[in-house]
Write a protein of this length. Sequence first.
Lengths: 350, 248, 232
Amino acid sequence: MGEKFLMKGNEALGEAAIIAGCEAYFGYPITPQNELTAYMSKRMLEEGRVFVQSESELAAVNMVFGAAGAGKRTMTSSSSPGVSLKQEGISYLAGARLPAVIVNVMRGGPGLGNISPAQGDYYQATRGGGNGDYRLIVFAPNSVQEMADDVIDAFYLADKYRMPSMVMADGMLGQMMEPVVFKEPKGNKGLPPKDWALTGAKGRPRNIVRSLMLGGTGLYEHNEVLRKIYAEVEANEIRYEELETADADVTLVAYGSASRACIGAVRHLRAAGKKVGLIRPRLVWPYPYKVLEKQAEKSKKFLVVEMNLGQMLDDVRIGVAGKAPVEFYGYAGGWIPTVKEVVDRVNQMF
Amino acid sequence: MKTVYKKPESMTSATTIYCPGCHHGIAHRLVAEVIDELGIADRTIGIAPVGCAALAYDYFNVDFSEAAHGRAPAVATGLKLTQPDKIVFTYQGDGDLASIGAAEILHLANRGFNITTIFINNAIYGMTGGQMAPTSLEGQKTATTPFGRDLKIHGNPMKVSEILTQTAGAAYIARGAVYDPKHVMETKKMVKKAFQNQMDGKGFSMVEILSTCPTNWGLSPLDAVEWLKDNMEPFYPLGVKKDIDQDQ
Amino acid sequence: MDKRIFIFSGYYGSGKTEVASNFALFLKKNHEHVALADMDVVNPYFRSRDKEILFRENGIKLIAPPSRVNSADLPVITASIGGMIDQDDYKVVLDMGGDDVGTIPLGSLRKRIQEKGRFEVFIIVNVNRPFTRDTDGIIKMAKLIEKMSELHPTAIISNTHMKELTDREMILRGAEYCSEASLRLNIPLAYITVPAFLDEPSFRESLESRFEGDVFPLELFYHTPWEEKSTP
């Protein structure tokens, strides 16, 4: 560790999973995340771990369900249309309380869309794209380094709360190259034992992994357990970054690739004497509503920048709660903001 | 007094919710007897389907996972590859395996992973109220073929076992029935072979069991057996369809 | 330089497209007709086809799939590449996709290239990349590419960098590994790239005195949108 590599985001996701102790990876080809599957096809076999190129995204996520049921750290990855196909399995993972990591390297939609970077799956990731009341812990990295760090944390938090987690990147982050240093994983310190895993009922009563809760108040009680876990996650795991927010008249809110241009814009506007700051959620579920609420007490205006038609915008409005106007700047279908565009847009707000 | 008949150790004492005359209960018992006889209960993991056997884990006294409709072979793949020393089996009906899960079972068989599948074919969707299955026969009346299955409108019934014999990875494919003691004994041998193959690392093994659904067929248990013999058996002939030990 | 066809191959992210683009501009200084063919069917982003204006302004013919499919990942190899290879007055730069897989499309042109002769198969190496961190890794890659493309690599280009964090020590280290690999593969180390911000006479001298290859200064054209110089 400590050694610096130059890696594509997609490769960093893979190596981080290996470092985090991912014992089984299941993938299916789709651009722009193919380097991840290719990387795992080499490295997982080198490590003597499980790699399967499945027959479909459906099969991949259900193979993850099996490996997670065995108590193993496991991951699958795809890009937007493929992640849509995985929603069935993700809902089952959440219902059966199985930890697993799902990676979405987002591309343009709806439908087949195109292979350009986009952030159109924010609703799907944060609201639950599958059926039922459930949540995923959703990481929103904005660099190759954060992609690596987030995969390691995603495995840890999934195990800690017995729920699936997602690393939500986009095609630009997946394809671009940046230096990365892999951090030491936390190991299993502080994690609950996986005494529910299907390892054969030797010397113990049988274990059952299921989301089906027929009869009586079983499903109601199960959902109350989920409610309690999600409340715990919301209490413990809020992660965000602030840049120049203390005296900001205009506060930008952005995540992932879109936040890179916003960081440049804040620096440029500050140099020009304009009081502009940025709040960057590192996790988009749980969401830092209270941070926005507090910021709304001092900031006159908010600008949400997203590579979609306005999805996180809803969360910012919830956080700001009407205390300040919230404006939006974003397009869908292959657009990534440049520093100049964001600066021009912010200047309109003064 | 000598005990001549008792509940297998691998079954719980729960009473099944299967309808009178349904063959799921017999199929469950055969699997449990085989698990007992092979002494593998403490390392066996079953996967329940979506269908009438969705609650199979209530009746088997071994570790069990559910699976989304048709995905049992994928779940089994995840469980088996991460724990090659465990015995993993799926228990699936015809809607689950032959329709929505056709891709998963075909690819599992073709990969030839060491997994055992018990396939219950009763030519109908039992759980959801007797709709047409891929295995429903020509002329068969179901909730969605009220005038009988018309091949021109509804397409052809599917012979899954015969199809799977064509996969390179299938080690053993057999079709049995459990409507009388003779067939119960023959089918048990098939089930045992399908589990033994997994223990010996021979590859994918599947036993299809022709079964009744008196409720959705609208027949008495005895009439259902006659209907199975007269209609299903001619179209789905019993016997071993592929056995790499014999075919070599 | 009497070579006519220049094939740039190497692992994902070794810098093929950046080096090939610079190389096409370098050729243009002394030759009227230069073409650059985007043969990348593997990588959907950071492709030479995205720099259409750069090449047009410099009088370099860009051969790339039609723009109507430029945000698809259709593996399009335009037929005009073959025609270009047959035109003896053209210098042709072939920018391949990454890894051994990325060189598969060469197969369809291999015979024509071999018949024409006077071609160069460059292996681009960045030792900061995961699978080419040492001499063994470089040799393994060269052999894989040869196996897949059925074309024998003819020279190595040392392109070790860490984007804006590149330093001179890193370039030296990369050149050392490439030099060792070139001896073991029995092919020359043709060039050592140096980004414009590190290029100075004394460093050039020290590189060229130590290594067989020439220094090849590199202007960086491919950026993420937020790195583009379009800042206000």
